[in-house]
Design a protein around this ligand. Structure first.
Ligand SMILES: [Zn+2]
Length: 257
């Protein structure tokens, strides 16, 4: 599942390919914007805001996309044939590059002045210029009895964490995902660790929290159901919630209390 670091990296790729250049073509393959065209406009910026991606133009418009579970972008030289065309939701192209968004969970076009409608609810962005660990901790504590694992995923508290970083930071802090927020220890230290992990991974492909990049070595608990804990050997457990994919978590029942 794409998390804040992946979105940040994607935004940087899109910014390098699109910013400062005139769009020669746009193709929204979602019904609502099927007739929209950005051709002739200059992309001024591609930016990540939590897990949201904003591509702004000099025409005062913002393309808002979200990768959700399966989305991704491919940036290729202009004219390259698209693979898996049926999965494409949006194409933005200039005379040098084409960027294609695949399986995007959200694809919409809005006035830049209305961006707050889609990102205004977000808490401090872990990879943004406004990152503020105290404010993130304050927001989490506003619901003191809520399980900390759930609170970390709530983008209104802090923006950018998904299941992987949630599981990993809680392991590293020795905190059970079900412990109430106000009993989860030093929340400032917890969110600061999340910031460090995302920041360390943002400029590369792959998500590593152990410092080891070898296959199968990248994480402490995420994706390791049944495998021995790297610290104590206890089999890692996986919990799949009743509701959304959002509730999946991995943890060591011995190291995390
Ligand atoms: Zn353990």
């Amino acid at each position: 599942m794409p998390e804040g670091d992946v979105v940040w990296y994607t935004a940087r790729q899109l910014h390098e390919a699109l910013a400062g250049r005139v769009l020669t073509r746009s193709d929204f393959r979602v019904p609502r914007y099927a007739t929209a065209s950005l051709a002739g406009q200059v992309v001024t910026e591609a930016a990540a805001r939590g897990k949201h991606l904003l591509i702004r133009t000099n025409g005062g418009l913002t393309v808002h996309t979200h990768l959700k579970m399966d989305g991704f972008w491919r940036v290729r030289p202009a004219g390259t044939p698209l693979g898996e065309a049926h999965k494409v939701r949006l194409i933005l192209a200039n005379d040098k590059w084409q960027a294609a968004g695949y399986l995007l969970g959200i694809t919409e076009l809005l006035p830049a002045s209305a961006e707050h409608r889609v990102t205004g609810h977000l808490g401090p962005d872990l990879l943004g210029p406004d990152w503020d660990p105290d404010e993130a901790a304050r927001r989490i504590l506003a619901q003191p009895g809520r399980p900390i694992g759930e609170a970390l995923l709530d983008q209104r508290n802090l923006a950018g964490i998904g299941n992987l970083y949630k599981a990993e930071v809680l392991f590293l802090r020795g905190v059970s995902p079900w412990r109430p927020a106000d009993e989860a220890g030093d929340l400032r230290a917890l969110v600061t660790l999340a910031h460090r992990l995302l920041d360390a991974n943002k400029a590369r492909i792959g998500q590593v929290t152990t410092g080891m990049t070898g296959r199968g070595m990248e994480t402490w608990v995420y994706g390791r159901r049944g495998a021995p804990c790297r610290r104590c050997g206890t089999p890692i457990r996986k919990h799949t919630g009743t509701a959304a994919e959002d509730r999946i978590t991995f943890w060591c029942p011995n190291c995390q209390r």
